[in-house]
Design a protein around this ligand. Structure first.
Ligand code: GLP
Length: 263
């Protein structure tokens, strides 16, 4: 795992966008896995900014979102499809037909199987971007999710329902279930990039990086993947035991890469 600790959430967004840019420079037809939540909003803003300044194009890109609320139609303002259109897709040169978000209103088993088949048909995900819940969830794989899970419907924990309540008006229907890529689906991506910001994520970030692999912290499953970058701001990194080591790994790896480039 490469762990990058940034001074601010703005620097985090910049670093993550740079990572996405590098992936698209190597492969203009890359398949990206995308998250929702507050954390990726600044990343999406940076990507829109980069697109507007001709630094990046999404013309050949295909995307798969991690999850969707069960019971919300795509045009509902709080659906993850609306979120993605509003924060990213409406502002870049991506073909909407190549953007995929699981259906929150279809028959669950059929939707899940179709989604897995669509990912396979696209030859898998090149870069899966992830956020992390306060309880360590990735996508909507709540604690106790099987590490071998595939796309399916999950019941949301009380902690997640409380965290996400802020997005819904009082008395508005708030879904209690979601359809989400499974942990095994996520781990099949060729590369993973997880971003976390703020002190409310510090416990989950420590469990993910330095805890044991356990379904109690679904994000800890990332330890099993060979190509993972985790970018966290100082607040989210506050409880890590070895921040100095992670910084040194980063600078020494960069030095080595630079030397190899010069050779
Ligand atoms: C939701 C999403 C997750 C996301 C999490 C954290 O639960 N399903 O993919 O990682 O929120 O979001 P935030 O960035 O708002 O803390």
């Amino acid at each position: 795992m490469q762990i990058i600790i940034t001074k601010s959430s703005q620097e985090l967004a910049y670093c993550a966008a740079q990572h996405v840019r590098k992936v698209l420079e190597k492969n203009a037809n890359a398949v990206l896995g995308l998250p929702t939540g507050t954390t990726p909003i600044t990343l999406y803003k940076q990507l829109v900014h980069d697109y507007q300044n001709d630094k990046i194009s999404f013309n050949g890109v295909t995307t798969f979102n991690l999850d969707e609320y069960v019971g919300l139609p795509p045009d509902h303002p709080q659906s993850y499809r609306s979120f993605m259109n509003r924060h990213l897709f409406d502002h870049i040169d991506i073909e909407l037909s190549r953007t995929h978000v699981p259906s929150g209103t279809g028959t669950s088993t059929e939707t899940a199987q179709t989604y897995e088949a669509q990912i396979k048909a696209a030859d898998g995900i090149d870069l899966q971007i992830l956020g992390i819940g306060r309880n360590g969830h990735i996508g909507f794989n709540e604690p106790s999710s099987s590490l071998g899970s595939r796309t399916r419907v999950k019941t949301l924990t009380t902690a997640t329902l409380i965290d996400n309540k802020r997005f819904f008006h009082t008395n508005e229907f708030q879904p209690t279930m979601a359809i989400t890529m499974g942990i095994a689906t996520i781990l099949e991506s060729r590369e993973l990039l997880l971003i976390a910001s703020g002190s409310s994520k510090a416990i989950a970030v420590r469990a993910m990086i330095e805890g044991s692999i356990s379904s109690s912290c679904p994000a800890s499953a990332l330890q099993q993947h060979a190509k993972v970058t985790i970018i966290v701001d100082q607040e989210a990194a506050a409880l890590l035991s070895h921040p100095e080591y992670y910084q040194r790994v980063r600078s020494e790896t960069e030095k080595l890469r630079e030397q190899e480039r010069v050779k």
